[in-house]
Ligand binder design. Structure first.
Ligand SMILES: [Zn+2]
Length: 1003
């Protein structure tokens, strides 16, 4: 017979789209609408309900960018609708080709009960399940006119990303505001047709496919297109047989979990996220109430905390749904943070603040870490997850790799210390699944562990203001619970999925080391002030805890638990994976700046109050050393009198305009152009700078990626570069304290910068303080250090340790890593000699191998500034500061120490007397990372140590306070053992990069 496949598919597709779906609402009548438009900041719903309303005609433009329009809608249900399900059907002016990212609304009842959200793909709210007829309906729509920042226009600069610069014109035009009858049979038919049509599109040629096509034709023949509600039931009977044919026993199983990936800030400010979360969770609580097996999962304690604080009526619904076991808190983190740039202590706090919240509010501890969308995953995470009590890890992002396809979907991920965690990437390659035929076919065909494992996870629902899971997705899941030719779908808690995965794959494939994301590499550099604010906040809070704990133990001062929790939470929020990476609109980064200023001010106040109570009143000049390393004349974590100055640095003017700076450790030659021609270690005589090269040269690249401006740098950026060699001023001096300072000013295009190259007495670090008045667009500024070191690897600091990356590009995996991450140091080393680069706020670097006389040298470049124009058209414009340094003759221990010292500078204070350390430790490579009082407010002392050098270490931790016992606790301070009686010290044996947390119970 003739092949009518395309004809049937085309027919079903058009009838579904143009006839069946529009008939889901049959009888309808316009609502009586009144409106009140509020430009600017939103008001609480209780106030919105009490506004004065003016008549509004559907079709009238509404909503200046970021404003809120409150619509009041009224109607009387017609008598002849008795017995029917009645809904409102509202089109606010949605772009239905997109799932979210635009206007949306939350529907409130007159008593303030939140009913459901209205979104592009979910334009209804059910008002009456069974009308009597004659009811008076009144509802209030809190409609947000969020502008589309990244719409059909692509990555085009826009001023709508800040309420201070956005357009005041109305953005949307309402198309429909009706009261309507919902037709369950038509809705059912739409889902029947859609599921079978999408399955037929994916099936291979064969009888199953042809039987489905035949049934679809029959159903459409039965359907009267002029009377769809009247003929839908008859059409559905033709589809019973193909829909009841059971799935094969070997079918792939999809563990669906309702989901809405709501970025905590991105193309909208934090205040709008609070409302996005309120809208989506209301809809999800409503969907849970209307279904019996649907499960919805939501991560981020912060998002729950927002609803609790700002939307108490929504919170009631969420709490009830959580109590039913249908609304699942996931992930155990404060937010879905970036996990490449935050320090180890920050990751620990993401876990501890997240788990404490879920435990306090719901009595729940999350068993897994849920991070579908962060931009790469550091190799420290397996240990940090395991030592915080997590059993599994979920992400999806690595499917975005530009070059290499990740070889596993369910696997064990092994970190730098050897810890492993069971991990899963959904083979569907999305965290916004709709359960379409295409997605299910992809899950089946792409899943890499099919030989032994039966299934994968699908996070189902529209994120970011799309409203989460729809009733259509739930309807599809019912039809897909066992359908011949399709993957089998069931709603399932991810914990249960991972339990089964563990059984099916007792010996899973292993991936060792970082999960590098081969895209979005520029997120290590964009929005420098945000990154600097994060780095400073992290270190200030560690300092505040150290001195507050010391003061609490020594002087009985009150430990500022609540203040520290609040400041940590604010810091953790801004580590969200579109804030710290620098990929949000201007508004978000402007507010981040204000948040960091607040954190800095409040943390400084905590530090100075604690230090003041410790040193007492007086005017003896003192220095506080917050680092875990002793300084000349000053123990670690102590306050003491500053030591007498060492021999001043010698400054010699050379004939060619260069100067030589020399102390008892190193000699550095700086050219008249301000570049480092030579940097010698005096003990070994080794030169750091590659022959014929100069270090510290600023390199300006053209940087216009193919898309994702703030996120991406594409490899071709390297092909066009300008070296900033001109100087407009040069001066060299030795200051009163014996420090040599070379000052250089440069101008380039419309920008300018000042550098101070500083060598202190006794120091091996040439420190560079740079202030740049940055006026570039679409440029990338790097500073290059060609080193006379033949390094096979670089060692870059990450959380509680470092990671090695090879310097060659033998394979596509290595070539793809042309821009990589670091924390406070990166080290290039050959046996016997190395050079480290340390920094106070830089996260990106690249490395290349150069040839000199058949010898290989290593060039390391730090990434300083970018200037993308989307989503913030003025990214990084204005004055930017950096501090970085070259540690001449360094190994990992030196690099670790210099990196920490640069971020925890000594504090000059005055008082009566110094303070001996509350905690100290011995053991090569054993580093104290945190001294604080316990989160449970018992007054116990928490001391966290880690092994920093990547080898085994024995050490002893001493506490100079009366203690009764000590025990090992998890990173989030759960007991791991019974503890032992202890007096003032405990011995520790650490494996390479092991992190240990000790809890001392005070006498
Ligand atoms: Zn995201």
């Amino acid at each position: 017979m003739h092949d009518d496949t395309a004809l049937t598919l085309g027919r079903a597709s058009r009838v579904l789209r143009e006839r069946i779906i529009p008939a889901v609402h049959s009888a309808s009548r316009p609502l009586e609408v009144a409106a009140h438009e509020l430009p600017g900041e939103p008001i609480p719903p209780e106030e919105g309900l009490r506004l004065e309303f003016s008549p509004y005609t559907v079709g009238t433009p509404w909503g200046p960018a970021w404003g809120t329009t409150w619509f009041r809608v009224r109607a009387t249900v017609p008598k002849d609708w008795a017995g029917r399900q009645v809904e409102i059907a509202v089109d606010l002016g949605f772009d239905t080709s997109r799932t979210g990212f635009q206007c949306e609304a939350l529907v409130h009842r007159p008593d303030g009960t939140p009913l459901k959200a209205l979104n592009p793909q979910s334009q209804h709210a059910t008002v009456l399940d069974e009308a009597r007829g004659g009811e008076k309906i009144e509802l209030f729509l809190e409609a947000a006119a969020n502008p589309e920042i990244h719409g059909s226009r692509g990555f085009v600069p826009t001023w709508d990303g800040d309420i201070r610069t956005s357009s005041t014109d109305p953005l949307y035009v309402t198309r429909r505001m009706d009261l309507a009858v919902f037709e369950p049979e038509v809705h059912g038919l739409a889902l029947d047709v859609q599921v079978l049509l999408e399955l037929a599109e994916q099936l291979p040629e064969g009888r199953r496919r042809h039987r489905i096509l035949e049934s679809l034709d029959h159903a459409l023949d039965v359907l009267d297109l002029q009377d769809i509600p009247g003929t839908a039931a008859g059409a559905r009977t033709c589809l019973v047989e193909p829909l009841s044919s059971p799935a094969e026993t070997s079918a792939h199983t999809v563990s669906a979990v309702g989901h809405a990936h709501i970025d905590s800030a991105w193309l909208w400010p934090i205040r709008e996220t609070i409302r996005k979360v309120a809208r989506t969770t209301t809809s999800m609580a409503e969907l849970i109430d209307r279904t019996d097996d649907f499960l919805y999962g939501m991560s981020s304690a912060q998002q729950y905390a927002w609803i609790k604080e700002h939307r108490p009526r929504v919170w009631q619904r969420v709490r009830a749904a959580v109590a039913k076991g249908r609304f699942l808190p996931l992930g155990g983190m404060w937010v879905e943070s970036d996990v490449v740039m935050p320090t180890g202590e920050s990751i620990v706090r993401q876990f501890s603040q997240g788990q404490r919240f879920f435990e306090r509010e719901f009595g729940i501890r999350c068993k897994g870490v849920w991070l579908p969308d962060s931009f790469g995953y550091s190799p420290s995470l397996p240990q940090l997850m395991r030592r915080s009590g997590f059993e599994w890890f979920f992400t999806q992002k690595i499917s975005w790799n530009q070059v290499n396809v990740f070889p596993h979907h369910t696997f064990a991920w092994e970190g730098i210390d050897g810890s492993r965690i069971l991990s899963h990437f959904p083979p569907m390659d999305t965290y916004n699944a709709q359960l379409s035929g295409e997605e299910l076919a992809k899950a089946t065909s792409q899943f890499r562990e099919s030989r032994r494992a039966s299934g994968s996870i699908a996070p189902v629902g529209y994120g970011d203001g799309g409203g989460g899971t729809t009733r259509e997705m739930v309807g599809r899941s019912r039809r897909l619970s066992g359908l011949e030719g399709s993957a089998v779908v069931r709603w399932e808690h991810p914990d249960d999925f991972f339990d089964r995965a563990q059984e099916e794959l007792p010996d899973p494939p292993v991936w060792v080391g970082e999960l590098y994301l081969e895209i979005h590499r520029a997120t290590l550099t964009s929005q420098h002030r945000t990154k600097q604010g994060n780095r400073r906040s992290e270190h200030l809070l560690i300092e505040a805890e150290l001195w507050a704990a010391t003061a609490a133990v020594r002087t009985g001062a009150e430990y500022p638990y609540a203040e520290l929790d609040e400041l940590w939470q604010l810091t953790l929020l801004h580590q969200f994976h579109d804030i710290l990476p620098g990929t949000s609109i201007a508004w978000v980064h402007r507010e981040a700046q204000a948040a960091y200023e607040q954190i800095q001010e409040r943390a400084e106040a905590l530090i100075s109050d604690s230090l003041a109570s410790l040193v007492g009143p007086g005017d003896v000049p003192l220095e506080a050393n917050s680092t875990p390393f002793k300084q000349p004349g000053l123990p670690a974590l102590a306050v003491g009198a500053p030591q007498q100055q060492a021999t001043p640095v010698q400054l010699t003017q050379l004939d060619d305009g260069a100067v030589e700076l020399r102390n008892d450790q190193v000699a550095v030659t700086i050219t008249g152009a301000g570049h480092i021609r030579s940097a010698r270690d005096l003990a070994t005589g080794r030169e750091s700078v590659a022959p014929g090269k100069e270090a510290g040269v600023l390199q300006l690249h053209q940087d216009f990626p193919n898309k994702w401006d703030a996120w991406d740098v594409d490899r071709f950026y390297r092909n066009r570069v300008t070296e900033l060699r001109d100087v407009s001023s040069f001066a060299a001096e030795v200051t009163d304290d014996g420090t040599a300072v070379v000052s250089v000013e440069r101008r380039f295009s419309t920008s300018s910068l000042v550098q101070r190259l500083i060598l202190e007495p006794g120091s091996r670090t040439l420190r560079i303080e740079q202030s740049t008045d940055w006026r570039e667009t679409e440029k990338f500024l790097k500073v290059a250090f060609p080193l006379d070191v033949r390094a096979e690897h670089t060692a870059a600091e990450t959380q509680y340790g470092f990671q090695r990356r090879v310097t060659h590009t033998n394979t596509s995996w290595e070539a793809a890593k042309f821009e990589t991450s670091m924390h406070r140091f990166v080290l290039a080393e050959e046996p016997g000699f190395g050079v480290a680069l340390v920094n106070d706020s830089i996260y990106g670097y690249d490395v290349t191998r150069d040839v000199h006389d058949a010898d290989i040298t290593t060039t390391v470049r730090l990434s300083l500034l970018r200037a993308p124009r989307f989503p913030d058209p003025e990214t990084d414009q204005g004055v930017q500061t950096h501090v970085y340094g070259m540690v001449i003759g360094a190994d990992v221990a030196d690099a670790t120490k210099a990196g920490i010292e640069m971020n925890l500078p000594r504090r000059r204070i005055s008082g009566r007397s110094g303070v001996s350390p509350l905690v100290r430790c011995t053991g090569e490579g054993v580093v104290i990372s945190s001294v604080k009082l316990a989160d449970d407010r018992s007054g116990d002392l928490i001391v966290r140590v880690y092994e920093a050098l990547g080898r085994r270490a024995d050490g002893t931790v001493f506490v100079d306070a009366p203690v009764l016992s000590v025990r090992d606790v998890s990173l989030i301070e759960d007991d791991l053992d019974q503890g032992v009686d202890a007096e003032g010290s405990v011995d520790v044996t650490l494996r390479p990069f092991e992190v240990r947390t000790l809890r001392f119970t005070r006498a």
